[in-house]
Design a protein. Sequence first.
Lengths: 354, 354
Amino acid sequence: MIKPWSDKLRKVDPYVPGEQSKKQNIIKLNANENPYPPSPKVVEAIHNFDTDKLCLYPNSSAYQLTEALAQHYGLDMNQVFVGNGSDEVIALAYMAYFNSPDKPILFPDITYSFYPVWCNFFKTPYLTKAVDENFRINAKDYYEKNGGVIIPNPNAPTGMSEGREFIEEILQHNQDVVVIIDEAYVDFGSYSAVELLKKYENLVIVHTFSKSRSLAGMRIGVALGNPELISLLNAVKNCYNSYTLDSVAIAAGTASVNDDTYFLSTLNKVIETRERTAKELSDLGFKVFPSHSNFLFVTHPTISAKELFEAAKAENIFIRFFDLPRINNHLRISIGTDAQMDALIGFIKKYQGR
Amino acid sequence: MIKPWSDKLRKVDPYVPGEQSKKQNIIKLNANENPYPPSPKVVEAIHNFDTDKLCLYPNSSAYQLTEALAQHYGLDMNQVFVGNGSDEVIALAYMAYFNSPDKPILFPDITYSFYPVWCNFFKTPYLTKAVDENFRINAKDYYEKNGGVIIPNPNAPTGMSEGREFIEEILQHNQDVVVIIDEAYVDFGSYSAVELLKKYENLVIVHTFSKSRSLAGMRIGVALGNPELISLLNAVKNCYNSYTLDSVAIAAGTASVNDDTYFLSTLNKVIETRERTAKELSDLGFKVFPSHSNFLFVTHPTISAKELFEAAKAENIFIRFFDLPRINNHLRISIGTDAQMDALIGFIKKYQGR
């Protein structure tokens, strides 16, 4: 039956995140989560949180966290914005910066699959640029007139990153639009464009606490940019929801930023595990793309990605398969603990009949 | 200097929330916060939270909290949506339900000042309907063709509420659009339309944890409606940000819903304090509008609201003054503890030279 109000309802095509199974004892390598717990300082901040304060609204600009981040990056506070996960930060950034009525925004064809979802949702025209046969982004593809650019570095799901020269080339050829560099995975060893903020006023960098800081469950994202662009991001947020970060998240995030020692030690563990897993998968015949992230993008000349994905799932090992053009025989494998990766490798060996 | 990317930037007119002072020892009666801490069960949920889980993404539909709320309201889980504060819930609801290209959405002229901000932000045409000389909403004003209706009950900043007959009258005359009843303050004694959900499929009710549950700092909002409308709200959320509630907020919110005894005792304290404060202000010559919320809306025949607001602020007592047509000689005073209200009354007596 058609409901009389149906014509006022929005038609949507939502993003589908990596499956969150309710099963216990699964090996979860499908959402690029960090296998290690957050810093003990974060634990302390939550477990000692002064809950009497919860009856009050949070500070709308998350002052405490913004200040800690400014210090961490060597920026002024008015160059830092925080939001409810980097997905919210990017959604707000689309609304703030991508408002060209007739020119499309540009991003790679193989990339974070939320980018086109936001475009459709906000009615932002867009054009994807094909990555090359090695899945690398070609800077020259971004020379044409556009309404804005968003590039992830490292890219997902390929895990590959580009250096300063590439980012500067993009920025130099796009001085009349805002360029967003989505550095969700940057801490795992890729080049960060933060140093370019003083040179390019149209650069906005997005970071997240969900990967390198082991805080996917806490929902904290960051934008860095010039004060004018950051101020607009705050204004846009205040047109949508004045308080997006709760007081506990602000305290937890601040504690994380203030514990560099733990942060670096966790990063190093993930990177070491990534490197040896890459070698092991390579030894098993996989093509492993060079990763600067906390995941590996792989394909195998004789094993079907889809079949391996399903067989692993049946054994409670969750990895990510994308049924998308160009990459439907590839798999994205998040880096877990050494024990988790051993279990995966063991499973694949068994699957190969070795 | 005009920046070359300026023409791609969004022009906005953001909402301005009640001032959050960084001063200590202020009496904060300007943001309708609850003066009491959240339930001891909430404190326990936060202080015992299993922080090892924070490296994982939250459950995207906040399963645990949705289930507790469904039980609390006697609804099915698929009739319940949770978001990052009721402001986010309403923002998402605008995007989901208010998409008539040519008919305006309707709401009162004196009401929550975020309603027109969202309209401007989402480019939703709107028409305000003047409340009467006693600041009451006239249901007949909402009979005309429209793209949707949003009515707060109780209304803010007046605090006055309407009963079942009024709500049904609105619903019966608006069966071809979605009608949102914003019940942010409903727990403080007004009629709740939850029982009407089984009768009207186009009804969506919005609640918040920020007022009656003392959790403004935790950012939890709720929408209740028929499964089709709730499912759309989830789809719209998944076009914007898949995970808006963090894992700690989900645990804290669930604990709050499961502690009815504490909830009711806090409510009763606020209501008692409201009633005796209303009487005292009335005795001091104020016109006090009948409140079913956790605040009082008042005006005085000889005292300037603006001057009283400023004098109180100088004494570290924060109340709310709106420099808006029709209400610029009125004040909105949140209900604090008895001691806080005594301080306010004492200040006003001194101000009056009594």
